[in-house]
Design a protein around this ligand. Sequence first.
Ligand code: SF4
Length: 442
Amino acid sequence: MSEFTRPKNAEELGNNFKQIKPLMNATMAYYESSRCLFCYDAPCVQACPTAIDIPLFIRQINTGNVKGAAKTIYDSNYFANTCGKVCPTEVLCEGACVYNHQDVKPIEIGRLQSYASTYVLTKDEPLYQPGQGNGKKVAIIGAGPAGISAACDLRLSGYDVDVYEAKSHPSGLVIYGVAPYKITNQEALDEVEYLQKQFNFNIFYNSPISGEAEFKKLEANYQAIFIGIGLGNTSALRIGGEDLLHCAGATEFIERIKIDPFNTHIGDKVVVIGGGNTAMDAASEAARMGAPEVYLAYRRAKDQKGAYEFEYDLAKAVGVKGLFNVSPVQILGKDKVTGIRFIRTKQEGNKLIPIEGSEFDFLCDMVIKATGQSKLKDFLNQIGGIDLNLNGTIKVNDQFQTTNPKYFASGDAVNGGKEVVNAVAEAKIAAKGIHEFLSAQA
Ligand code: SF4
């Protein structure tokens, strides 16, 4: 049984979704930074996709140069506070910290990163200014971590940058898809505002680009175009009953909770289908929203799930239970969900085999599908000359240039759905690629 009651107001919601990486105060940051061994060839840096100079920024915090620490971090990663909070540090920098070999708690790198970045964010201390204008313009489609990171680097190189965002807010999945116990919407918005003030790029909200004519217009007005559109809605399971009331996609469910928590339907007995990190988030959130019973249902064995172990632990800690080796065959109900019919599965070599005659009905009143997000194939097909990989992601070269040389792309639409930090890292390479491409044309 979940320990949470249904939140009726903002205070109760805040209590149910307490931050799992709360902000350190100055004493805590000083103490934690004192423990760092400032390793040569530090494994924590090697494990960071954006290669932040972690020992340097920790030393800067320790010597009282917090603004310098923030600059060290932002130089490598424009989503410094966001990544400090939402990165799976347990398997990246903190997972690589040498203290793990001594059975000592690793340095809390993520929280130190958020401490330094929050220092400049709250003081509104600028760290950058745009480079001298070079008269060239770049359009960016999508104001998520990839698009905003590319915008910052392109402004540093002197390009005029316009960002077109289909939704009403920036930050992509950080706003719409990351669990609120990792980062609040306000924190995510503050970081984009902080960057926009310094780099002075335009963001046009509620401005989806669609149709060949709009792409042609962009191509006529901009020297290069960067695509940072992420992924689409939750993929269909292609089984009966998916259109029943109270059967939802995980990303749509998480988005609804972030935007309108008090009007989001939460069942009494919720089944989340999937074994990845999004499934863990959706299950944890359903429990924190007061669903008395929440189950994760995964078609393979527990040790084959795609989610990080610490994400599974977070879900278990709020009372979520696991059903493994079960595959859904039908969502049951007349007009709304009343249960799921599963079939048991077993592994034979690489193959997952349904066990004949093992079907059973599991009663529940809500189903959340966390079975991956669809690729935006139709959107991409509107742009001439952009090849896609077999899995629907955008084909790019080492500089994240697509097969249509005017278009660059990175983030989930290219990597198929990774972490915020990967989108940021790839966007920096793409921005450099755009700069080299346009410089060669001068
Ligand atoms: Fe500090 Fe750990 Fe990185 Fe070494 S590995 S520099 S101790 S954070």
